[in-house]
Design a protein around this ligand. Structure first.
Ligand code: ZN
Ligand code: ZN
Length: 157
């Protein structure tokens, strides 16, 4: 596969141009597929995470956060696992990806803040695909998961 070479060596993120060491790619999670600095990804997978079957290869933008559903799918649990929602800027496909231990929490928080003003069409799209975007109400949960504590952000105080 043409693209696997870059998956095993250090590479420069095509979006933020930071050098991402290969150790970051294999650390912590299976199928590490996004940059730990800007959290952008690539549209590699078609049917399942890691299958690398997509022909698209477009850049995937982190557009928001969701939470892995626990037993009670109608309730967001504070102990649930935060997940990144990516959207391909070429074809519009949405995908959900696990955060990695070395993802920068500030970047994750930035994605979350930006997602609070996501346009309606994208919100509807998420809803149709049964992806529950985290909202301002989940600010405390997100903050505690990322930073271990919650401080009201100045913009929301
Ligand atoms: Zn990057
Ligand atoms: Zn795509």
């Amino acid at each position: 596969m043409k693209y696997s070479a870059s998956s095993f060596g250090d590479f420069r993120c095509a979006h933020c141009h930071n050098l991402v060491p290969s150790s970051h790619i294999v650390s912590g999670v299976n199928n590490r597929n996004h940059c730990p600095y800007c959290l952008w990804s690539f549209h590699f997978d078609l049917f399942a995470a890691g299958d690398r079957l997509s022909a698209c290869k477009g850049q995937m933008k982190p557009i928001g956060l969701t939470m892995k559903r626990g037993r009670n799918k109608y309730r967001l649990e504070s102990g649930g696992e935060l997940m990144l929602i990516h959207q391909c800027i070429e074809c519009g496909t949405l995908s959900i990806n696990r955060l990695a231990a070395d993802d920068h929490p500030d970047s994750v928080m930035d994605v979350f803040i930006q997602s609070l003003s996501l346009c309606h069409s994208l919100r509807d799209r998420c809803a149709r695909e049964e992806i529950t975007l985290l909202t301002r109400r989940e600010m405390e949960i997100v903050s505690i998961q990322l930073f271990g504590h919650y401080e009201e952000l100045p913009a929301f105080a």
